[in-house]
Write a protein that binds this ligand. Structure first.
Ligand code: ATP
Length: 254
């Protein structure tokens, strides 16, 4: 039988900061191999949820299981099977892109083909460049590569394209797709709905510490239309972003 495998299971997760219920009873399952998006306004609890699953923030109550490991009891096991791309990647000064990957690999006790990995994220020509000299898009790509050095089963990405130009954003999208093709499950947060529609097999929408809905983008859109929703303006066949990409091309600048 072809059973769906849940690589992440989250049950009634709770995190309070004083009176603030940052995460207030969140439950969901992530299917192995999918790209799962967590959407929600500022302060909804997305980062807190991710970091509890990653074993970075303590869980007040509830449970998270990743690749069969209980995050509360087997935190180190979980760390070994996940890759984490933080919201604001920070690297040591005077360290080159290649050295960053080698340091990360060493932390996992692994030897890696650092140049091969840099090639995968289109940073071959930046191998010897100090990280302080990299652009925002390049830093994002380096932090993705760093999160992959130990060949994790699940990659967590917190707002991977925030602050990037449209070319760099598209480049990250194709990188996420290729990571998914390698069999890695991807869990990401984003404020960009176009990004969620293009990348995510399923999305969870969070608000005020709770999950409002979970489904495929298509099903959520169909359900909205069934509820009688109509756009006031006729849907345009192109957007300003389409104009921008048409005039400036898809090629990466940085
Ligand atoms: P954003 O989209 O702005 O990144 P988010 O959905 O990721 O938001 P969180 O960062 O998880 O939201 O924050 C959820 C709530 O918890 C917010 O009200 C936030 O102020 C609060 N919060 C988060 N971290 C802490 C902390 N370390 N101490 C106190 N309150 C916190």
């Amino acid at each position: 039988m072809n059973m769906v495998e849940n690589i992440v299971q989250v049950n009634k997760l709770v995190k309070n900061y004083g009176k603030v219920k940052a995460v207030n009873g969140v439950s969901f399952k992530i299917i192995k191999g999918e790209v799962f998006g967590i959407l929600g306004p500022n302060g909804a609890g997305k980062t807190t949820t991710l970091e509890m699953i990653e074993g970075i923030r303590q869980i007040d109550s509830g449970m998270a299981i990743v690749a069969g490991y209980d995050v509360k009891k087997q935190t180190n096991k979980v760390r070994g099977v996940i890759g984490v791309q933080p919201q604001a990647p920070a690297f040591q000064d005077k360290t080159t892109a290649q050295e960053v990957l080698e340091l990360f690999a060493a932390a996992y006790g692994k030897k890696i083909d650092s140049l091969g990995l840099l090639a995968k994220v289109a940073l071959t020509d930046k191998a010897d460049t100090y990280t302080e000299r990299l652009s925002g898009g390049q830093l994002q790509r380096l932090s993705i590569a760093a999160a992959l050095v130990h060949q994790p089963q699940v990659l967590f990405m917190d707002e991977p394209t925030t602050g990037l130009d449209p070319q760099a954003r598209r480049n990250i999208w194709s990188l996420v797709k290729s990571i998914q093709k390698q069999g890695i499950t991807v869990v990401l947060t984003t404020h960009y709905m176009e990004e969620a529609e293009k990348l995510c097999d399923r999305v969870a929408i969070m608000d005020k510490g709770q999950i409002v809905t979970i489904d495929t983008p298509n099903n959520l859109i169909d359900a909205l239309i069934k509820r009688g929703f109509k756009k006031k303006k006729q849907v345009s066949q192109a957007s300003l972003e389409d104009v921008f990409i048409d005039l400036t091309g898809k090629e990466l600048r940085d």
